[in-house]
Write a protein that binds this ligand. Structure first.
Ligand code: DAH
Length: 346
């Protein structure tokens, strides 16, 4: 190799280094920078081409100088890549934050108040009326066991009334249900048992809450809906007290021109049982719910001596009442969360 050719290799290193640094500085974004980095790492890059010739340099001191120039260039390039990468990604992150930023002050200038859902409004009104009649409010779990939802309510494993509740089971999925089988409660009646177990009579309780049934949604059914349960346990409670409370509630909730009636019916957890209807001012009737004297087996399951105490219970759907009150045609509309629907009642 001629003596003049060797310094030109160092020139080439210098040129390649300048080109590389220029390309790095010129990368407009981190994607572009990654492309530059890939090109620089390529076997055929200008620097790597010089590196490939290193072995052919005969003059040891020149070889050392070229080697040094190469490693300095690599170091400088590596540093420049890292610095530019940091700079670009910081800028890109700042851009992204600016782009995705929400202007929350926008909402302050035009205040919009939310309102309670009509089912919540109905529940709160029901609570107010019953609290006014001397009741206390209790709640129970939505995920229940077979024991509380059925067995303690006088529906043992093979009881035919169980099939009326299209139950959603959580576990086990098999058909052989036992007391500890876990399910979504099909009514608020299991809360009766929980209240009896944890309170001492006299008990005057209402228990509102969500209930679940394996039902296809249509204009009058939803698989998730709401009920309110009532329970009274005291000494000397009779069916007359039940009828009196239903009537007092009817007047307080619907108005003085409404009345109630009881029709004989059957529920496993009450004996005798009845259904109650409310008569509108125009003479038409609304079927509201079920009620009856608490069955001795149910009292026992709740740890209460049926020789000492008697009681009555009632239960009815809340969604239906909200639907009735606001003349909603299709119950599904209440759960689509369409603001145009919801704002009518705010
Ligand atoms: N749990 C019943 C249902 O979901 C309603 C009911 C009927 C509740 C009679 C009661 C009752 O407390 O005494 O269909």
């Amino acid at each position: 190799m001629s003596a003049s050719a060797q310094p030109s290799l160092r020139d080439e290193v210098g040129k390649a280094r300048e080109m590389a640094l220029g390309a790095i500085a010129g990368a407009a974004d981190s994607m572009g920078l990654r492309k530059v980095a890939a090109e620089l790492a390529h076997k055929q890059s200008a620097l790597n081409a010089v590196r490939a010739q290193l072995g052919k340099i005969a003059d040891a001191s020149e070889k050392k100088l070229v080697g040094q120039a190469l490693s300095e260039a690599s170091g400088a390039i590596e540093q420049a890549l890292a610095a530019r990468e940091a700079e670009l990604s910081a800028r890109e992150f700042a851009d992204q934050v600016a782009r995705e930023r929400m202007d929350l002050t926008e909402h302050l200038s035009a205040p919009q108040w939310g309102a309670a859902h009509i089912v919540t409004q109905a529940t709160e009104r029901l609570e107010d009326v019953f609290i006014g009649l001397g009741f206390q409010v209790a709640e129970g779990p939505e995920v229940e066991t077979d024991f509380y939802n059925f067995e303690a309510l006088n529906m043992p494993a093979s009881h035919p009334a169980r099939s009326e509740f299209d139950t959603m089971f959580i576990e086990p999925f098999s058909d052989d249900h036992e007391a500890n089988t876990v399910l979504l409660r099909t009514h608020t009646s299991p809360v009766q048992i929980r209240v009896m177990q944890s309170w001492k009579p006299p008990i005057y309780a209402i228990m509102p809450g969500r209930v679940f049934r394996r039902d296809t949604p249509d204009a009058t059914h939803m698989p998730v809906f709401h009920q309110i349960e009532g329970l009274v346990i005291d000494k000397g409670i009779t069916f007359a007290h039940l009828a009196g409370i239903i009537e007092a509630f009817t007047k307080a909730f619907f108005g003085n021109d409404f009345t109630s009636r009881l029709r004989p019916s059957f529920f496993p957890f009450t004996e005798p049982s009845a259904e109650f209807d409310i008569r509108r001012a125009n003479g038409s009737w609304i079927e509201l719910g079920g009620c009856g004297m608490v069955h001795p087996n149910v009292l026992r399951a709740g740890g209460i001596d049926p020789e000492e105490y008697t009681g009555f219970a009632f239960g009815f759907g809340i969604d239906r009442m909200a639907k009735e009150r606001h003349a909603v045609e299709d119950i599904r509309e209440m759960y689509t969360n369409d603001l145009r629907f919801l704002r009518q009642f705010s």
